[in-house]
Design a protein around this ligand. Structure first.
Ligand SMILES: Cc1cc2nc3c(=O)[nH]c(=O)nc-3n(C[C@H](O)[C@H](O)[C@H](O)COP(=O)(O)O)c2cc1C
Length: 359
């Protein structure tokens, strides 16, 4: 497979990219309990900007209520925005475009991880299976969530919109709304975690209403051409079931397309539970610009672009281990070995100390 197409420029809404290689959003827990990233993140992102078309920053909260894992960043306080602003400058100096992925973890939370306490909330009062690492007490069960009141959805949409505006104000080129991987928006979409009997639960139309309301609030604030959205159809991570997955996305995707976003980002499940090729499924119901992610290399990424499934390909683990991934792809390697043990630790080890070819 000729991989040259990966290195050609393209446009996603307002985002003009010098090539079709994106860094996937990657939670790395290098902040503090108040969601402020430490300075080491400037090196990490700055190193990965050289040569790259687009960097999608790690999942970032719009409120303390939206925080779950330890030391994940936010976009809702001044100190958080100040730490991001320095990173934005580094990424732009390297020539990459930079978008902020905004999330709310919903029930995937333990309140003790938050510098400021908040309720743990979800579509319904159903505890998530499994445990989470806490800095204070090691592994703990997820907290029992409280079901959100109907009129709280507008508040949450407003918090997302404000954080989107904050991101643009400090120089981000756009935002990506996180509607994947079992977090709050995906919890609303699901057929098992969402057991509501108000206008946000029950039918597929109702289950997609909350994510679309959040999307509309963000669009109203910063404009659709700077907004992307990430989905992960069929991903059972964090206890999610979509028993009507085909019908769900057959409704959700045309609704998203109508809004004229910069892009749709489709993630292939990391926990592989479906025989269906979700990138193809998404393409069937969405004709706009698409980013695909999940297990691609240079050759299969180029193929996804050539066959018309994708416009841009995002790489996760390859970017963790290779700060100069684009250069290495041009040269067909070599690629550094990945150290999974340092995914969620602190400090530069396994974060900003992977070597580049230039040394
Ligand atoms: C350490 C780690 C952190 C991740 N954090 C996020 C995240 O913050 N937001 C998100 O949407 N996906 C996250 N993912 C999923 C990646 O964006 C990507 O979809 C996944 O790694 C598959 O792509 P790959 O095969 O190229 O690594 C994470 C994955 C890893 C390994």
């Amino acid at each position: 497979m000729n991989k040259d197409i990966l290195f050609t420029p393209t446009k996603l809404g307002a985002l003009e990219l010098r090539n079709r290689i994106a860094m996937a959003p990657l939670t790395r827990t290098r902040g503090n309990e108040f969601g402020v990233l430490t300075d080491v993140a400037q090196d990490y992102y700055g190193q990965r900007a050289s040569g790259t078309g687009l960097i999608i920053a790690e999942a970032t909260q719009a409120s303390f209520e939206g925080m779950g894992y330890p030391r994940t960043p936010g976009m809702h306080t001044q100190a958080q925005q100040d730490s991001w602003q320095k990173i934005v400058e580094r990424v732009h100096a390297g020539g990459a475009k930079f978008v902020s992925q905004l999330w709310h973890v919903g029930r995937i939370a333990v309140d003790v991880n938050r510098g400021q306490s908040a309720d743990v909330v979800a579509p319904s009062a159903i505890r998530a299976p499994g445990q989470m690492f806490t800095t204070a007490n090691g592994m703990l069960d997820h907290d029992m969530p409280r079901a959100l009141e109907t009129d709280e959805i507008a508040r949450i949409a407003g918090e997302f919109a404000q954080s989107a505006l904050n991101a643009i104000d400090i120089g981000f080129d756009g935002i990506e709304l996180h509607s994947a991987n079992g977090y709050l928006l995906h919890q609303f979409l699901s057929s098992n975690v969402n057991q509501r009997d108000d206008r946000y639960g029950g039918s597929i139309e109702n289950r997609t209403a909350m994510p679309l309301e959040v999307l509309d609030a963000i669009i109203a604030e910063i404009g659709a051409d700077k907004v992307g959205i990430r989905i992960s159809p069929g991903h059972t991570f964090n206890g999610i079931e979509e028993t009507d997955m085909q019908e769900l996305y057959a409704h959700y995707l045309p609704q998203i397309e109508k809004r004229g976003l910069a892009y749709l980002h489709v993630m292939r499940p990391m926990v592989n539970t479906t025989e269906i090729d979700v990138a193809q499924l998404a393409r069937k119901h969405y004709s706009g610009k698409m980013i695909v992610c999940g297990g691609y290399d240079a050759s299969s990424g180029a193929e996804a672009i050539e066959e018309g499934t994708a416009n841009v390909v995002a790489y996760g683990k390859l970017f963790i281990a290779n700060p100069d991934l684009v250069e290495r792809m041009r040269k067909d390697g070599p690629f550094n070995e990945l150290d999974e043990a340092t995914f969620y630790t602190q400090g530069p080890k396994g974060y900003s100390d992977y070597p580049s070819l230039a040394g």
